[in-house]
Write a protein that binds this ligand. Structure first.
Ligand code: 5GP
Ligand code: ZN
Length: 134
């Protein structure tokens, strides 16, 4: 897609530190990492976000997330990973080509990637019904 920075990386028009790829998926280092080895995994075919994604591509991406996470664990000594995706402006997505972050985690790394909130849902059953539609 024209003017999409990640499509340009796929096309080789702008440089990136590639980690792994196959016919459908590309993994490369985030230019502004929050941890050593912070990697982005993207479909080579443009789609905006999780809502817009083709199911077959999502299967490929999931398999790649496992593959690349395992490489990071094996080769960088990470003891775990956080897998993160932002889909939509209110979810703080900034690049509108679907991507999953792999955040490598290390013992005592001081990161806290889990969101904190004072939100309380007073009726989980009502919420579940709304989502289910029944
Ligand atoms: P989002 O906030 O949309 O989930 O994350 C977008 C990510 O893309 C950010 O972590 C940002 O550092 C990364 N990013 C933005 N532009 C580039 C780029 O040109 N090259 C690379 N490698 N990463 C980028
Ligand atoms: Zn794109």
């Amino acid at each position: 897609m024209e003017n999409c920075i990640f499509c340009k990386i796929v096309a080789g028009e702008i440089p990136a530190h590639k980690i792994w790829e196959n016919d459908h998926v590309l993994a490369f280092l985030d230019v502004n990492p929050i941890a050593k080895g912070h990697t982005l995994v993207i479909p080579k075919k443009h789609c905006m976000d999780i809502f817009d994604a083709d199911d077959e591509y999502l299967k490929e991406i999931t398999a790649a997330l496992k593959k690349v996470s395992s490489l990071i664990k094996q080769d960088l000594g990470a003891t775990g990973v956080n897998l993160m995706n932002a889909s939509g402006i209110d979810a703080q997505q900034t690049v509108f080509h679907l991507h999953f972050h792999i955040i490598p985690r290390f013992t005592n790394d001081g990161l806290d990637t889990w969101p904190k909130s004072d939100f309380k849902d007073t009726s989980l059953e009502e919420t579940a019904k709304k989502i289910r539609g029944s």
